[in-house]
Ligand binder design. Structure first.
Ligand code: BG6
Length: 514
């Protein structure tokens, strides 16, 4: 039984370091199972799970199957065939002597599965191992396998600040050249982020208006209902700024703000994204104090479920000063965006799970309809819904039927994952398939990481230096009051997530509370 229906992909072996970890179980095995059942894996393919614990192939195959089922995959003949090609190799990542064993094992698999010495090394391990593993692979000739290709995939966190990210990168790229390194930001694998470029650059309706002349403000909001979910130790070191803003939020920003690329290849797109990061207005001490808000969730409730505060979470310092919420106002100092504020906010234990980009257009001059009491005009809003619903929401003004000329905001909603049978691939499915194809468009290039750290470090180092406090917000609330004040000072307010926008008809500004 082959595991693909002519996917056209070149043969290869996927080697997963950290195979017994959470990422492999929750994301990689299920993504591989989906790819297999859709026939999107190479015909000649095998997976090697590398871990420290003692296990057999049979045990690991069962674990992989269970992991796939847990995430809703069905086990069909193709997924069974895939897991039949899953092998386990026990080794210590620090042990130089284990790598020749890995090399020989892979060579053996090449003979069995005709995988032609092409390799993907997925480092699903803590970043302190990136350099060690890459170095050993290099020394055993596995990073430069003549006549075959090698790719290495790494996960965040990519450093804790710019200097540590640089060190990590140097060690990695001493072994694998930049072109072979695939740095995952799983937000880039989300369907609507790829759609964002199409929406922007394939529509006469939007692109001519996509600038400071017509746009009043942009809000990028990623709210989560989850807390730290057993990752207290990691999160204490990271906080929301490093965990979400440095990567996902700034990636959302670059795709929203970038110029049209000269071509659709990876480097042309990434060149434009880097220009946005380079145009971010530097933040001085006063800017950080007045334009960046940090919060931390206290106890509270979501959907009637009582929740403990962050400081009571497992492996969290009971006096922790780590932020679980960040809101900030920033500017992109370039021709297109001069003067337009971008508001970013992200937090854990907020009332709804939602990620969206809200573009609010400028109002028409107050001559005809604006300013007249009986009209309830709302702003023109375009919402790019990233999750949980995927789609676009547009609000504009129209006459209320049956009235003489009362004007009300009306809403058009396009939901692309609401229809039965339309199931967007999970981010990891797409990303794994892209690595197999050798397409790095949806992975972050080193200079993107570097500029993103450069921006975030200004904030993090000031917070560290001044011992900036956190404002507590109850779990289940929309974050600290200071975040509302931040916008209010500029005559703005947070536009609630799209689910809320579709609710009650707005009382003011075309918006309502959830
Ligand atoms: C991860 C963060 O990168 O993204 C987590 O480390 C966060 O803290 C997660 O919960 C959010 O991803 P998603 O896809 O659930 O929005």
């Amino acid at each position: 039984m082959t595991i693909t229906a002519a996917s056209g992909l070149e043969p290869c072996v996927l080697v997963i370091f950290g195979a017994t970890g959470d990422l492999t179980r929750r994301k990689l095995y299920p993504a591989l199972a989906s790819l297999a059942s859709q026939g999107r894996l190479p015909d000649s393919f095998a997976v090697v799970a590398v871990g420290r614990r003692e296990k057999t192939d049979e045990i690991v195959r069962e674990e992989a199957k269970d992991a796939a089922v847990d995430q809703g995959n069905e086990i069909d003949t193709r997924t069974s065939a895939l897991f039949g090609r899953l092998h386990y190799l026990q080794m210590d990542f620090d042990d130089a002597g284990a790598y020749p064993r890995l090399r020989d094992f892979l060579t053996k698999l090449d003979t069995v599965y005709h995988t032609r010495r092409n390799r993907i090394f997925f480092l699903a391990v803590a970043p302190q191992y990136f350099g060690t593993i890459a170095g050993h692979l290099y020394r055993q000739g596995m990073a430069t396998n003549r006549g075959a290709w090698q790719r290495v995939v790494v996960e965040k966190p990519f450093g804790r600040n710019l200097p540590t990210a640089r060190q990590l990168n140097e060690r990695l790229t001493q072994a694998f050249s930049e072109k072979l390194v695939y740095r995952i930001d799983h937000y880039l694998g989300k369907e609507m982020l790829q759609n964002l470029m199409v929406i922007r650059f394939a529509n006469t309706l939007f692109e001519p208006l996509w600038n400071s002349r017509y746009i009043e403000e942009v809000q990028i909001s990623v709210s989560e209902t989850v807390g730290v979910e057993g990752r207290g130790a990691y999160y204490e070191e990271a906080g929301a700024l490093r965990d979400m803003v440095q990567n996902h939020m700034l990636q959302l920003l670059t795709l929203t703000a970038m110029e049209p690329p000269v071509a659709l290849d990876a480097d042309s797109i990434r060149d434009e994204k880097v220009k946005v990061l380079r145009s971010l207005r530097p933040l001085g001490t006063q800017d950080i104090e007045s334009q960046v808000v940090r919060g931390q969730y206290g106890s509270g409730a979501i959907d009637g479920r009582a929740l403990v505060g962050y400081r009571q979470e497992d492996r969290v310092n009971p006096e922790s000063n780590t932020e679980t919420y960040v809101a900030l106002r920033l500017h992109i100092d370039n021709f297109r965006w001069s003067g337009v504020p971008f508001y970013l906010r992200t937090g854990k234990r907020l009332p709804v799970r939602s990620a969206e980009i809200i573009v609010r257009f400028r109002e028409q001059p107050g001559v005809l309809y604006f300013g007249q009491k009986h009209h309830m005009l709302g702003p023109n809003l375009l919402v790019i819904k990233i999750q949980p619903e995927e789609g676009i929401f547009l609000q504009f003004n129209a006459k209320q039927p049956g009235t003489q000329s009362t004007i009300v905001p009306v809403k058009m909603d396009y939901c692309q994952n609401c229809h039965a049978g339309i199931n967007s691939p999970e981010a990891y499915e797409r990303l794994l398939a892209d690595v197999m194809r050798g397409d790095s468009t949806l992975f972050t290039r080193w200079d993107e990481v570097e500029y993103a750290w450069h921006f975030v470090d200004q904030i993090a180092s000031l917070w560290e230096k001044t011992g900036a406090g956190v404002e507590l917000y109850p779990a289940g609330d929309w974050g600290p009051v200071a975040a509302d004040r931040l916008l209010a000072r500029h005559g703005h307010r947070w536009l609630l997530p799209f689910q809320c926008l579709l609710g009650e008809r707005p009382e003011d500004e075309g918006l309502s509370d959830c």
